[in-house]
Design a protein around this ligand. Structure first.
Ligand SMILES: C[S@@+](CC[C@H](N)C(=O)[O-])C[C@H]1O[C@@H](n2cnc3c(N)ncnc32)[C@H](O)[C@@H]1O
Length: 499
């Protein structure tokens, strides 16, 4: 089983490969050659040779020689076998530019690449990886924390895009929806000569017994063309157009036409979205109140001073608007990098507790905690302790902004799966939540959000909406002004960053 996982080996059922080829012919593809770069047992080779009468050459490549042998034996005696070649080849060391150049045009690159991520491969200690693994220049916290995880198929698709760039042909691949999008984004950003693109949803549960949002990605290449949109259809057969995704001003859009209606709301906002506190050790840092005591994630009961404890709301509570004070977070710092030694005097029991579990905290793998005071956390600042907040969960698939006020006279904090705006007063928070939950803001964000992403809502996405412009759109500029002051004061963030 682990070999199967290591090679992302989910062979496409012949029925699905046939449906795909049917669709490709219906949309006008008449390929002179077919390339299946990780052909496995060859479903796409058999379906393609049957569907496309125009084929002069068929080439399949696959890393597993036993698959190639089976495929070769099944080809024997078939009429199309004379124009078909199947080779054992490792995708990562194959010169795809060269391979594509040698094929007659239009070229159709067709198939289903391995479904596996680099993180999974490193867990399996697998070498089935591109040599340069930190591709796409992942940056920010993800790069620092080493979380930079990517799908191997994304890397492969980009190699295939490059090989087809400037050629007449098409690429048609089954892949995760997120991979299709990232591939298109890459192509659009890098000026790949695309004539048109589309995605057709496929039911992974039925075909692969896997619970993944997946599509057939189809990109048509023609020298001199440049197209920056892709249609998303509901399925392969009687497809209904769901939306058109695209790119504008370097932003990937989930709904181009809605974005165009609301793009005037875009801008840098003086109210800065923040993410919750990152501690990577919930068993120690998150506690449940039990009378006057607290219970940690190891089910141990401890007695701690209040000084460093704050009521916390998890992402699921933020998403569902459940406000309560059952859970508390130990926040040992008020700012990033602040010395923690003072806790020994201010709250000796808390200091003893942290030292008791020091080993757990020291074991945190992320490099962000290296060379920092013991028990450090991240994503903490004055804003974390603002009394009022408007918060949204990053993981849940709905745009719902909640107003959250103090509990037991203490500000509520969040873990790093939620985002929030900090406020000093309840009217400020309630007003901002009301305009964020209204139709204009919803439509604006809906035109940018991809609900199938692992974390659909991010600080980057939230920051795209200028709340002053939104207030104007809602006809409430005067209220905004009276709550937050002049243009000048919001531009300098004085109201928000200094809380
Ligand atoms: C998801 S399966 C799909 C197989 C086939 N394309 C189909 O649609 O039925 C992925 C295939 O990629 C092959 N594979 C994995 N790593 C590879 C590599 N580095 N080079 C070539 N093939 C590879 C696996 O052995 C497997 O057959």
């Amino acid at each position: 089983m682990s070999k199967k996982k290591e090679y992302g080996d989910f062979q496409t059922p012949l029925g699905l490969a046939t449906d795909v080829c049917n669709l490709l012919e219906k949309i006008g593809l008449r390929p002179a050659s077919l390339l299946e770069p990780t052909c496995g047992l060859g479903s796409f080779i058999f379906a393609g040779m049957k569907q496309f009468r125009t084929l002069q050459q068929i080439l399949g490549a696959e890393i597993h020689s036993d698959y190639v042998k089976v495929l070769e034996s099944q080809l024997q005696g078939l009429k199309a076998a004379t124009k078909t070649r199947v080779v054992v080849a490792d995708f990562f060391i194959t010169d795809w530019n060269q391979v594509v150049t040698e094929l007659p045009e239009p070229v159709l690159v067709l198939g289903n690449l391995p479904w596996v991520t680099n993180a999974h491969l490193s867990k399996l200690c697998s070498q089935n990886l591109p040599t340069k693994s930190n591709f796409q220049n992942r940056s920010g916290l993800d790069a620092i924390t080493g979380k930079s995880n990517f799908d191997i198929s994304e890397w492969m698709l980009i190699r295939l895009l490059e090989a087809l760039n400037g050629r007449h042909g098409a690429l048609a691949m089954l892949c995760k929806s997120s991979v299709a999008r990232k591939t298109l984004f890459h192509a659009w950003k890098h000026g790949i000569q695309i004539e048109k693109s589309a995605m057709y949803r496929i039911e992974c549960d039925t075909h692969f017994d896997a619970h993944v949002d997946a599509v057939l990605l189809v990109i048509h290449f023609r020298p001199g063309s440049w197209d920056l949109e892709a249609k998303l259809y509901s399925n392969l057969n009687d497809a209904e157009l769901e939306t058109i995704i695209g790119i504008e001003e370097g932003i990937i859009l989930s709904d181009v036409s809605t974005y165009r209606r609301f793009r005037h709301l875009q801008g840098e906002c003086a109210l800065k979205w923040r993410s919750g506190i990152k501690h990577d050790c919930s068993k120690v840092m998150e506690l449940i109140r039990d009378g006057v005591q607290y219970r940690n994630g190891m089910n141990q009961t401890v007695e701690l001073e209040d000084t460093y404890l704050f009521p916390m709301m998890k992402s699921s509570h933020v998403a569902n608007g459940v406000v309560g004070n059952a859970r508390w977070m130990l926040v040992p710092q008020r700012t990033i990098g602040e010395s923690t030694s003072i806790i020994a005097q201010r709250a000796p029991r808390t200091w003893a507790y942290l030292n008791q579990y020091a080993e757990h905290l020291e074991k945190r793998a992320s490099v962000i905690y290296r060379n920092r005071p013991p028990f450090s956390v991240f994503g903490v600042g004055d804003y974390s302790f603002a009394p009022w907040k408007v918060a949204i969960s990053g993981f849940y698939k709905k745009l719902s902004f909640q107003v959250i006020g103090p509990i037991d006279a203490k500000p509520v904090v969040f873990d790093d799966t939620s985002y929030f705006l900090p406020f000093q007063t309840q009217p400020q928070a309630e007003y901002i939540a009301s305009i964020l939950n209204a139709d204009h803001a919803r439509a604006f964000y809906e035109s940018l959000v991809f609900w199938d992403a692992k974390r659909p809502i991010t600080a980057d996405l939230l920051r795209r909406l200028d709340l002053r412009k939104l207030a104007a759109e809602e006809g409430s500029s005067v209220q905004f002004q009276s709550l937050f002051g002049s243009e000048q004061s919001t531009q300098t963030c004085s109201l928000f960053d200094a809380v």
